[in-house]
Structures are given as structure tokens and as C-alpha cells.
Design a protein around this ligand. Structure first.
Ligand code: 26M
Length: 823
């Protein structure tokens, strides 16, 4: 037996410093005399990384040895943000690092800020996956994430002359958090053709490759909070295979085209598609999906085979969750492996496949539902298309048996849409190939059952469809983002246990009347606003008064999320202020309207909205009649680390999607957990937040989702009169108050002429009125703080730990692995 590595398991300041110095002087080959903040960040990260590795190895060994059922979370996006702060807090040694770095001459906040966000995601779906990994590790579940190692994450947003400009996000210069596994590779094939062969009297399909690309594993350790469990996130990177296949070309003297092949191979994992809730059917995107799915399944099957169990035990050992339809090809790929390669009978294989997969839907927006042209699938994955047709055939046969008189049902539920060109409907394939389908908030889960997946509820019965309301990790979104509030809460809730059992927040409620507590609460909120005000000053040059009401809407820019409603409301406020006498103005409450978020580069209307926000800011912020009464800020490049600064600094945040369009929303949870109130529509998780915290602690407005259809119908076929206050706003824009009116004519036309699909006019009056209620409520600071404390105390439900436990119980049937802290 060998001795366990001791040096990397520092527990105190001196041990930590030794490790930092060692990494600066050896790993980084620098001297402590020219150690800058970047080097301090790198060395600190390497020191913590070494610590994680020990736990990581032990976790993996324990999971292999016990060989219990594992969860695999397949997601094309993991929006992780920064790793160092999170690692320090989860390991419980941030104080040690803080003291050690101070002794070496650094402030830990500055060191942490050196890290580039890992931004391998667009928005809510990617950040949810990251929260889930945190909860899975914290709850000691044997779980792996599988994703793509994009060279370029979501683009960096710059605002130039009020317009969004996209800049590539090259983030891999130095990333201490990933481990290349050059020995863990999988050859992935594309194109080619399918041949039938007879082996031992059995006919089998053999897929001959047209192109082979190599997948190389990069592993990222995922530490749980206050537990040694350290799980693995495996990201695949693409590379030319360099195998026999490509050497043929090389050797035949075709050097140029063999280099071109290499380039093409590396393109697969080069860039994250920057669309959010929009599907555009690009061949490279389908290649990404298959590449990642095939590599992950090969890995999962390889691990399963080590235990030499029978195939029928596969679903007892493996649960695979599909994060939206992006990994749906995994269903087809597993069927292919079982039938073509392992030689199982179709029905037996299909039973295994459907018992293994679960599918999470994140949207009802029709433009976001994935469909792939049959011809494209045929070309890229010829065998998979055959299997999809067979899956569809057997599925439709069973439907026909159950609904013999309903021809139209077959057309409606077919995995193949009989359009021109024919399309593969990925959501339908995901439903047919999974044992559970879930939505992400109650309203959303009800909506999918009554609209887009209605027929499938009839076919399979209601039990196949379930709800798992989203959650967020309180470690990052409270403890890390808002350390002072976390500490204050801990002082009233009996220590830090609430971070692992968020329902313990309910102990706060008995302190609501405590004046001193309210005062400290208010002071923390104010300090967080001062910090954001400084950021605003540094990045935009605009000075905002931290005593103003901070009104925040940060999320992807999308018409359904209705940033246009917000900015029209801001203009309305500006016009009202302008119409007042100076005496009247003195009685008004100062407000800062803060926006942030990226528009998909090809989403023209979203970019117009950004431009209008900036144009309004340019006029309002320099208007001396207005002064502090109204400021309009657009924060550049909203991302995870900025969210960690923004959420704690909000008084009210906006979650104002057209009812029935936002599947859940998760930033609503982050803002309330950080002691801010929300203004919102009856949509997504807002509804459940209201149920938990109480109607008097939230500002709800607008039409309900059940009214949306009729309103839209009326816009198109009845008479559509625009709200008179909104009309005044439009007239002001058209007068040129905020720059060339033509720039904004399409936004206005969408409401006036094109049916106002997102019901901006219908909800405008209610929105304005509700903002007046917000002003009134904010004037009574004492009451306001009480509302905030009460809300936080009732937010326990929205932890992603609760969410993961529900998945584990209802969908995955997996148990945590008990850990021994001393092994
Ligand atoms: C699709 C095709 C091609 C390229 C990109 C995509 C694509 C990427 C991301 C489509 C959708 C994507 O994300 C959707 C998303 O983030 N949905 C959000 O999921 C959250 C977590 O469940 C919910 O809280 C949000 O309401 C929902 O909008």
C-alpha cells in the first residue's frame, strides 16, 4: 500500500499559503515577487483544485465500488459562471483563503474577479443545469453531467452607440478547472450508408462511416456543499480522428483536403449556438447534437458493461435525463447500440430504452420546438433515420389499435410531420422514447398537457406527464452572491444549516417584528445597491442614487419576456414627470430602471428593443428637470457573475412575460431569495412563488393565460383599440424625442398593426397602475422590509435540492450514496 497524498489537503492558512507559493513558483514558473492578481487567482485555483481532486477520486472510486444506479444529465448547455468562489465556499475554506491571500498582499474579492465566466449556455436552461449539478453533488447522488466543451461560449455583448455588438468569448486560455483526458476518446461517425449483412442466419444493419471525428473528454470537478462528494461534469471536445480512415487520404497525397478535414472536425465543438427559445435547423447544430450524444452514450455503456450485468438491468443502473429535446438522438442511438451492435431483439431493446430516459420540456413557444428535415437526418445519420421510422411505425400501430376510428390522430402525433419538406418532430420522439415527461412549473406542466402534447396524454394516460417546479441553488444564489445577508440569516436560523435545508428559512418569520433585525437587513440591501451603483458609474458613467428604488429586468431579450412593455412604461413615467410642476416632482419617488440581457444575434426585433432602451436612457439621464427621479441603465454583457452582483441589489424585479409563455423563470426565485420583491404576471413559477410567499408580498398584474387566446383572436378579427396611455408613449417616440423615429417603427407596428401578439397594449394599464402601487409601498420602508423578510422566510420550496429530490424519487429512482467524511 502507498501513502495517501498529504500535501494538497491543506486545512489552515499556513498550509494554503504554502500551496499557493508552490504553484506560483513551480506550476506557473513565476516568482512571488512578480505575482499579480491573475497569478494569485491561478495559484489559488490550483491549490483548491488539488484539494478537490482527492475528494473527486474518492467519490468516483466509491461510486464504482458500490455500483448503484447513476444519473446522467445530458445538456447542451452548462452555464457555470465562476468556479473558484464556489469551490472555496463548498469546501468550507474561504476564510482560510481570505486570510492567506491577505497575508500575501491580496484582497480575495479582487482575486476572485480575475476568473472568466464559464459561459457555456444561453440562459435559464443552461443555468438550471448548473444548479442541478450543485444540488446533485450536495445531496450525494452518484451523477454525471455530459455536455460539449465549446471553444467559444455565449458571445460577449458590447453596447456601441446604443446597439448590441457581439464579440467572441474565447475563454480557454487558462482554465485550471478542466482536466483533459487524452486517453478517454470515442470515434464518432457521420454520413456514409447502411448495408445489410447476414451473420449466423441473422440479418443485421451495418452503418459504414462516411466521416469519423474523435471526441476527447475534458472533466470538470463538481464539489458539493459541506460534503466530500465531488461529481464529474464531462465535456466533449472534437478533434480529427487521426485514425486509419483519415490517414488514407493523407497518404494518398491529398494534404490540403486532409487539413481541411481536420478543421471541419474541430468546428463541431467550436461554438455555442446563441439562440434562446428559437430553433433554426442548421446542419452543424445537428452534428453537435449527435457528436455529444454518441460520445456520452458510448461512455455510459462502457461503464455499464464493466459490471458484466445483463442488458435488462440497464435501466436499474442508469437513468438518463434529457434537458430539452437537444439530446433526443440519444434515444435512437441507444436503440441502435442495443439492436445493431449488441444483437438484442427490437422489443426487448425498446423496453430498455424507454425505461432509461426522462425528458424535460422547457417551452411551449412553437418557434422553439425542434424539428429536423428528414433529408438532413438521412444524409448525416442514415441508420438513425431508419430507426426513427421504425420507432414511428410501431408507435403509430399501437395508436391505431387504441384509436381505430381516428385517422387524424395518426397524422397529428406522427414523429414524422408530413410537410414539405418532411420533418422529424424531436419533442414527439422524446415523449415516445421516455418513461416520464416533465414541465418546469405547475402552469407550464398543465399547459403542455392541454396544448402541444394533448394527444399524448390521451395515448399514454396522465401518469407519464408530471411537473417538477424549477429551483435554484442557495449556495451560489444566496451564500456566495450575498454573503452579508447569508450571515444575517444564519444568525437567526441557527447557523448555516439552512443552506442545506432551505425550509429552515421559515425561522426568520418570528423575527420580522424585530426592529434591529429589520435595520440590519435594510443596511445590507443598501450596501449591495451602493456596490451596483459603483458598477453602473464605472461601466456607463451614469451616477445613480442608491437611495432610489432599483427596478431591475435582467434576462435574455425576447418579445415574449416583454422588455418592450417595461421600456414603454418607463417612457410613460418620464412623460408624467415632465408634465409635473417642480413642487409635484419633489414628492415623487426616485427610481432607477435597470435592464440587462443579450439578444440572439439574428433576432432583429430584440436588438431594436435594446436600442430603444439605450436611446431612452440617453435622453432621460441627462434631463435636468428629472435628475435623480428617473435613470435608465442598460448593463452591458449580462452573465452569471454579473447576476451575482445584481440580484442582491434589487428592490423590485420584473418578470412580466405574456401569461402562458414563460415556462418557469428562475431569476424570479433569485431576486426574492435576495430580499427583493417582484412585479410579475400570472405566469410560470411566479404563480407558485405567490402561493408560497402570499399575495400581499408580490405585485401581480395583467391578463391570465386562459384569456390569451381570445384576446389574440379579438386583435385579429375584432376591433383592436390601443390603450390611450400607451398611445401617448408611441406618439412621443414618433415625435423623435428618443432619436430617429423610424428606428422604432417596427416595435410600434407590432402592437398597432400586427395584432399585438404579446398583449402589450392589453396589459399596459394594469402594469402602470401596479407600478404606482409599488411606489406607494416603497414609501413605507418599514413595511417594505417586513414584506422582504417574510418573503425570504417562505422561499424554502425553491431550492434546486427539493427539485433534484423530486426527480430522484419520481423519475430516476436513484438513492444518494452515503459518504464517510473521514475516508
Ligand atoms: C435551439 C436550437 C438551436 C439553438 C439553440 C436552441 C435553444 C437553446 C436554448 C433553445 C432553447 C434554449 O433555452 C431555452 C430556455 O432557456 N428555456 C428556459 O428554461 C428555463 C429553465 O427551465 C425556464 O425557467 C425558462 O422559463 C425557459 O424559458
Amino acid at each position: 500500500a502507498w501513502k495517501r497524498n498529504q500535501i494538497t489537503s491543506f486545512t489552515d492558512k499556513d498550509g494554503f499559503e504554502k500551496e499557493v507559493v508552490r504553484h506560483v513558483e513551480t506550476t506557473l514558473a513565476r516568482s512571488m515577487f512578480n505575482c499579480d492578481e491573475i497569478a494569485a487567482y491561478s495559484a489559488t485555483s490550483l491549490a483548491f483544485r488539488d484539494r478537490l481532486i482527492t475528494h473527486w477520486n474518492r467519490t468516483q472510486q466509491r461510486q464504482t465500488y458500490r455500483d448503484t444506479k447513476r444519473v446522467y444529465y445530458l445538456s447542451l448547455e452548462f452555464l457555470m459562471g465562476r468556479a473558484l468562489d464556489n469551490a472555496m465556499l463548498n469546501v468550507g475554506l474561504k476564510n482560510v483563503a481570505q486570510d492567506g491571500l491577505a497575508e500575501l498582499g491580496f484582497r480575495i474579492e479582487d482575486v476572485v474577479k480575475q476568473e472568466h465566466d464559464a459561459a457555456l449556455g444561453n440562459g435559464g436552461l443552461g443555468r438550471l443545469a448548473a444548479c442541478f449539478l450543485d444540488s446533485l453533488a450536495t445531496l450525494n447522488f452518484p451523477a454525471w453531467g455530459y455536455g460539449l466543451r465549446y471553444r467559444y461560449g455565449i458571445f460577449k455583448q458590447e453596447i456601441i452607440d446604443g446597439y448590441q455588438v457581439e464579440v467572441p468569448d474565447y475563454w480557454l486560455d487558462f482554465n485550471p478547472w478542466e482536466f483533459p483526458r487524452h486517453d478517454v476518446t470515442v470515434d464518432i461517425q457521420f454520413f456514409g450508408q447502411v448495408n445489410k449483412k447476414t451473420v449466423g442466419g441473422k440479418t443485421i444493419s451495418v452503418w459504414e462511416a462516411g466521416e469519423i471525428v474523435q471526441a476527447v473528454a475534458y472533466d470538470v470537478p463538481i464539489p458539493g456543499y459541506d460534503t466530500p462528494t465531488t461529481n464529474n461534469l464531462r465535456l466533449w471536445s472534437s478533434k480529427a480522428s487521426g485514425g486509419e480512415f483519415d490517414f488514407q487520404k493523407f497518404n494518398s497525397g491529398d494534404y490540403e483536403s486532409s487539413v481541411a478535414d481536420q478543421q471541419r472536425a474541430e468546428t463541431i465543438s467550436a461554438v455555442l449556438y446563441p439562440n434562446d427559445n428559437l430553433e433554426r435547423g442548421k446542419e452543424l447544430r445537428l452534428k453537435q447534437q449527435y457528436f455529444w450524444v454518441a460520445a456520452s452514450l458510448y461512455d455510459i455503456v462502457r461503464r455499464f458493461k464493466k459490471s458484466r450485468r445483463s442488458w435488462n438491468e440497464f435501466p436499474d443502473q442508469v437513468a438518463i435525463q434529457l434537458n430539452d429535446t437537444h439530446p433526443t438522438l440519444a434515444i435512437v442511438e441507444l436503440q441502435r447500440i442495443l439492436v445493431d451492435i449488441e444483437g438484442l431483439e427490437w422489443d426487448n431493446a425498446w423496453e430498455i430504452v424507454t425505461s432509461t430516459f426522462g425528458y424535460t420540456n422547457h417551452t411551449v413557444l412553437p418557434e422553439a420546438l425542434e424539428k429536423w428535415p428528414v433529408g438532413l437526418v438521412q444524409h448525416l445519420l442514415p441508420r438513425h433515420l431508419q430507426i426513427i421510422y421504425d420507432i414511428n411505425l410501431f408507435f403509430l400501430q399501437s395508436v391505431e389499435k387504441a384509436f381505430p376510428d381516428d385517422r387524424d390522430m395518426l397524422r397529428r402525433v406522427s414523429i414524422i410531420e408530413e410537410s414539405q419538406p418532411k420533418m422529424v418532430r424531436m419533442a414527439f420522439l422524446a415523449i415516445v422514447g421516455s418513461h416520464k415527461v416533465n414541465g418546469v412549473a405547475e402552469l407550464h406542466s398543465d399547459l403542455i398537457k392541454t396544448t402541444i402534447f394533448k394527444d399524448f396524454v390521451e395515448i399514454y394516460g396522465p401518469d407519464k406527464f408530471t411537473n417538477v417546479t424549477n429551483g435554484i441553488t442557495p449556495r451560489r444564489w444566496l451564500h456566495q452572491a450575498n454573503p452579508r445577508l447569508s450571515e444575517l440569516i444564519a444568525s437567526k436560523c441557527g447557523g448555516n444549516d439552512f443552506l442545506k435545508d432551505l425550509t429552515l428559512l421559515n425561522q426568520l418569520e418570528k423575527h420580522v417584528e424585530d426592529k434591529q433585525f429589520r435595520k440590519e437587513w435594510a443596511e445590507i440591501k443598501y450596501a449591495n445597491k451602493v456596490r451596483l451603483a459603483k458598477h453602473i458609474k464605472d461601466t456607463t458613467g451614469v451616477v445613480v442614487n442608491p437611495a432610489s428604488l432599483f427596478d431591475v429586468q435582467v434576462k435574455r431579450i425576447h418579445e415574449y419576456k416583454r422588455q418592450q412593455l417595461n421600456i414603454f412604461g418607463v417612457i410613460h413615467r418620464y412623460l408624467s414627470l415632465k408634465a409635473m410642476t417642480p413642487d409635484q416632482r419633489k414628492k415623487q419617488l426616485p427610481r432607477v430602471s435597470i435592464f440587462g440581457g443579450k439578444a440572439a444575434p439574428g433576432y432583429w426585433m430584440a436588438k431594436q428593443i435594446i436600442h430603444l432602451i439605450n436611446s431612452v436612457g440617453a435622453v432621460v439621464n441627462k434631463d435636468e428637470d428629472i435628475g435623480d427621479l428617473l435613470k435608465v441603465i442598460f448593463l452591458e454583457d449580462y452573465n452569471v457573475s454579473k447576476a451575482e452582483m445584481i440580484c442582491p441589489a434589487s428592490d423590485i424585479s420584473e418578470h412580466i412575460s405574456t401569461a402562458g409563455t414563460e415556462a418557469s423563470g428562475t431569476s424570479n426565485m433569485k431576486f426574492v431569495l435576495n430580499g427583493g420583491l417582484i412585479i410579475g404576471t400570472c405566469d410560470g413559477a411566479n404563480i407558485e412563488i405567490t402561493r408560497e410567499i402570499g399575495e400581499s408580498n408580490i405585485f401581480l398584474f395583467g391578463n391570465l393565460s386562459e384569456d390569451v387566446e381570445d384576446l389574440r383572436h379579438a386583435h385579429t378579427y375584432g376591433s383592436h383599440t390601443i390603450d390611450s396611455d400607451l398611445d401617448k408613449v408611441f406618439n412621443e417616440i414618433e415625435k423623435g424625442t428618443f432619436g430617429t423615429p423610424h428606428d422604432f417603427s417596427a416595435m410600434i407596428a407590432a402592437v398597432r398593426q400586427h395584432g399585438d401578439y404579446y398583449l402589450v397594449s392589453d396589459d399596459f394599464h394594469s402594469y402602470i397602475e401596479t407600478h404606482q402601487l409599488v411606489d406607494e409601498a416603497y414609501r413605507n420602508q418599514d413595511e417594505w422590509i417586513a414584506k422582504c423578510i417574510t418573503s425570504v422566510s417562505r422561499m424554502g420550496f425553491f431550492t434546486s435540492d427539493r427539485c433534484i429530490n423530486e426527480y430522484a424519487e419520481e423519475i430516476w429512482n436513484v438513492e444518494p450514496l452515503a459518504v464517510d467524511r473521514h475516508s
